[in-house]
Design a binder for this molecule. Structure first.
Ligand SMILES: *Cc1c(COP(=O)(O)O)cnc(C)c1O
Length: 392
């Protein structure tokens, strides 16, 4: 790998290693353990006196290639892979925090992070304060002497709020805390939080890194002292590792990441513009629109606005469900990041367990729909939405 390769090249080539067979496509090392030539070699490798593979919970060549490629794309010093995106968030929390520590987290992060922090981490004596991601004074006001982690997702899902990563990095540095940014929605194709001062980037590889909805995976990229220290230590010890097969799928997925995400983002922008002028639509949440309250900030942090948008249909839940049920093309599913466009009604699915007041606060109103643009022809997606919107 060359130091001056550009991102398109890194996505295709970074981290690629050849075995002695000389294969062109990266090798899938589907093996639980590795053999040693002698007792002495085994002892040296276990003692870290000699590099090499030992056991796939902590050394696997395919997982290592995935980690190197993602680190290159995120301009990160190091990367550790995990079994899922939630395993990555859990690893950040368990790897960095101890009883008595405090987290400041953005409201509107991925839904499952809320019970992880409020229930699981609380059980171990770690408290969390939730703040509006766009309100920097709220972040500053929530900091305590024991604050060790700031956690944010930008753009947020499903309402596409944008947090100012550079400003949060400064708040975090002053507090002596670690800033972790969930970069699922934009992916490193469009946004590299480390360039704005984030310490760690968290991924659900399930989304755009795989890109075709096949496997679950996760990763944390960022500061070497954290990633190769407590975070790798937690993954090795507690065991939420990425399987070599899933690593291989995501490694190959990353080769087309930038092509896919840029095309999907262009489709999302076209759809957002069309929806914004549609008489059946009340509001569109998309950072690429001039009407988005943080449009300028989004365009400073991201090279494009991303494949995911949400919009509020006039007529509440009934009208929103008509759009979902009128569709013959869009997949009704909670996942996103696929080549197939997906649609979901957050209030009755991903956010169904929240109280009405919590949903209101998160912007998840009854008429809200989330759309993740895939790679179909955008005219077909638009015609499909029109079937339900025309009757709204
Ligand atoms: C899906 C998702 C996660 C969790 O990832 P899993 O792979 O499903 O565990 C975390 N953050 C965001 C933004 C996500 O979309």
């Amino acid at each position: 790998m060359s130091d001056d390769w550009r991102p398109d090249t890194l996505g295709v080539r970074a981290g690629g290693l050849r075995s002695s067979f000389g294969e062109h496509s990266e090798n899938l090392s589907l093996t639980a353990s590795f053999v040693f030539g002698s007792a002495a070699e085994a002892a040296r490798k276990f003692a870290n006196a000699e590099p090499g593979n030992i056991y796939s919970r902590f050394t696997n060549p395919t997982v290592a290639m995935f980690q190197s490629r993602l680190a290159a794309l995120e301009v990160a010093e190091a990367c550790v892979a995990t079994s899922t995106g939630m395993a990555a968030v859990s690893t950040v929390a368990f790897g960095l925090l101890k009883a008595g520590d405090h987290i400041v987290a953005a409201r509107g992060v991925f839904g499952t992070v809320v019970p992880l922090f409020n229930q699981v981490m609380a059980k171990f004596g770690v408290a969390t304060t939730w703040v509006d991601p766009t309100d920097l004074d709220a972040w500053r006001g929530a900091i305590r002497p024991e604050t060790k982690l700031l956690f944010v997702e930008t753009p947020s899902n499903p309402v596409c709020e944008i947090a100012d990563i550079a400003a949060l990095a400064e708040i975090s540095r002053k507090a002596g805390a670690v800033l972790a940014v969930d970069n699922c929605m934009a992916s490193p194709a469009l946004q590299r939080p480390i360039e704005f001062g984030a310490d760690l980037v968290v991924h659900s590889a399930t989304k755009y890194l795989d890109g075709q909805g096949r496997v679950l995976g996760g990763a944390i990229a960022g500061r070497k002292d954290l990633v190769e220290g407590p975070l790798f230590g937690f993954v090795r010890t507690a065991g939420p590792v990425l399987s070599p097969f899933n690593a291989w799928v995501c490694l190959k997925g990353m080769e087309t990441l930038r092509l896919r995400v840029n095309a999907q983002s262009a489709s999302a922008l076209a759809l957002a513009r069309w929806l914004e002028s549609h008489p059946a639509v009340e509001r569109v949440n998309y950072p690429g629109l001039e009407s988005h309250p943080q449009h300028a900030l989004a365009m400073r942090q991201q090279s494009a606005a991303g494949p995911v948008l949400s919009f509020v249909v006039k007529g509440g839940r009934e009208a929103a469900w008509r759009v979902v049920d009128g569709s013959k093309l869009l997949s009704i599913t909670a996942n996103f990041g696929d080549t197939k466009s997906t649609i979901c009604h957050p209030a009755t699915t991903t956010h169904g367990r929240l109280t009405a007041a919590e949903r209101e606060e998160a912007g998840v109103v009854d008429g809200l729909l989330r759309l993740a643009a895939g790679l179909e022809d955008v005219a077909d997606i638009q015609a499909d939405l029109e079937r339900g919107l025309g009757r709204a």
